[in-house]
Design a protein around this ligand. Structure first.
Ligand SMILES: Nc1ncnc2c1ncn2[C@@H]1O[C@H](COP(=O)(O)OP(=O)(O)O)[C@@H](O)[C@H]1O
Ligand SMILES: [Mg+2]
Length: 255
C-alpha cells in the first residue's frame, strides 16, 4: 500500500529569537510541504532564515508558532527525549563543515548514529555502515581519520553518516559551502544519485547553480517563502511536447 500523507507538512510556522532585548523574526508564516521522494532546494540571501527552517525541519529547534507534522506525527509539542528519538530515526543531517568527530575513524563516525538506536545489533550495524560507505564511494577508507581525508572525502563520509540509518529525509545545509567547485559538484552528483535511489532530500544553498540540481526550488526572503518554481511542471510540459512530437512522427509514417 502506498502512503499518501505528505512526509512533511508545515503550516504558518513562525520563529522569533530573543537576544539582548532584540526580537528577530527569523521565520514568519511559512508554509512548506514535502512529498516522499522529492528533492527540494531552499535558496535565498544570507540571513533570510534558511538554516532556521532546516533546523526546525530536522527537529533541532522548535518553532515559536505554527504546526509541523512529520510522517503523520504532530511534532510541535512533543517532549525532548521523544524529539531526539524521532530525529535519530527519521532525519539525516549534512552540514557545511562536515562535523565529523576527529578522534573517530571513518567507520566509527558513520556507525555513531546507529549506536544510539536499539534496533541494530553489532553485526547489522557493520553491514549498514559498509553499505552506506560503499554508496558514497568511501568503503576503502574505513580506518582513516577525518584529518587524513580531503574536504570532498570528508563530506562523502558525512553523507554516509546521514544516510546509514535509512532516515525518511536527508537535510543538507550548504553542503558544498566548504568545498572547491570540483568537490562541490561531486557532492551534488552524489545527492542526485541518492535521490534517484529513493532518498527524500531537502537542501539549503545560497548558490543558484546548485539549487538548479533539485526538482523543486523554494525561494526565501526575509523569513518568508516568497516564490516557488516547479521544475516538475516544466518537465511535464517538456514531456507533453515530446509526446506530441512522437505522435507527429508516427502520424507521418502512417500516411
Ligand atoms: N540563535 C539565534 N539567536 C538570535 N538570532 C538568530 C539565531 N539564529 C539565527 N538568528 C537570526 O535569524 C535570522 C535567520 O538566520 P538563518 O536562519 O541562520 O539565516 P540563513 O541560514 O538564511 O543565512 C538572521 O537574522 C539571524 O541573525
Ligand atoms: Mg544558513
Amino acid at each position: 500500500m502506498t502512503d499518501v500523507t505528505p512526509l512533511i507538512s508545515m503550516t504558518d510556522i513562525g520563529k522569533v529569537y530573543h537576544a539582548d532585548e532584540v526580537e528577530t523574526h527569523a521565520l514568519s508564516g511559512v508554509h512548506f510541504a514535502l512529498e516522499r521522494g522529492e528533492y527540494v532546494s531552499i535558496t535565498g540571501p544570507s540571513g533570510c532564515g534558511k538554516s532556521t527552517l532546516l533546523s526546525i525541519l530536522g527537529l533541532l529547534d522548535v518553532p515559536s508558532s505554527g504546526n509541523y507534522v512529520l510522517n503523520g506525527v504532530a511534532v510541535g509539542d512533543i517532549g525532548v527525549s521523544e524529539r531526539a528519538r524521532i530525529r535519530n530515526k527519521e532525519i539525516g543531517f549534512i552540514f557545511q563543515s562536515f562535523n565529523l568527530i576527529g578522534d573517530l575513524t571513518v567507520f566509527e563516525n558513520v556507525e555513531l548514529p546507529l549506536t544510539y538506536r536499539e534496533d541494530f545489533r553489532k553485526a547489522e550495524r557493520r553491514e549498514k555502515v559498509l553499505e552506506a560507505l560503499e554508496q558514497v564511494g568511501m568503503a576503502h577508507r574505513l580506518t582513516h581519520y577525518p584529518a587524513q581525508l580531503s574536504g570532498g572525502q570528508q563530506q562523502r563520509v558525512a553523507v554516509a553518516r546521514a544516510l546509514v540509518g535509512s532516515p525518511s529525509i536527508l537535510l543538507a545545509d550548504e553542503p558544498t559551502g566548504n568545498l572547491d567547485s570540483r568537490n562541490g559538484e561531486a557532492v551534488m552528483a552524489l545527492l542526485i544519485e541518492l535521490n534517484n535511489a529513493g532518498s527524500t532530500i531537502c537542501m539549503v544553498t545560497h548558490d543558484p547553480r546548485y539549487a538548479d540540481f533539485a526538482h523543486r526550488k523554494v525561494f526565501m526572503f526575509d523569513g518568508r517563502v516568497v516564490d516557488e518554481e516547479t521544475l516538475y511542471r516544466l518537465r511535464r510540459e517538456e514531456d507533453s511536447r515530446l509526446d506530441a512530437q512522437i505522435a507527429r512522427v508516427r502520424d507521418s509514417m502512417n500516411r
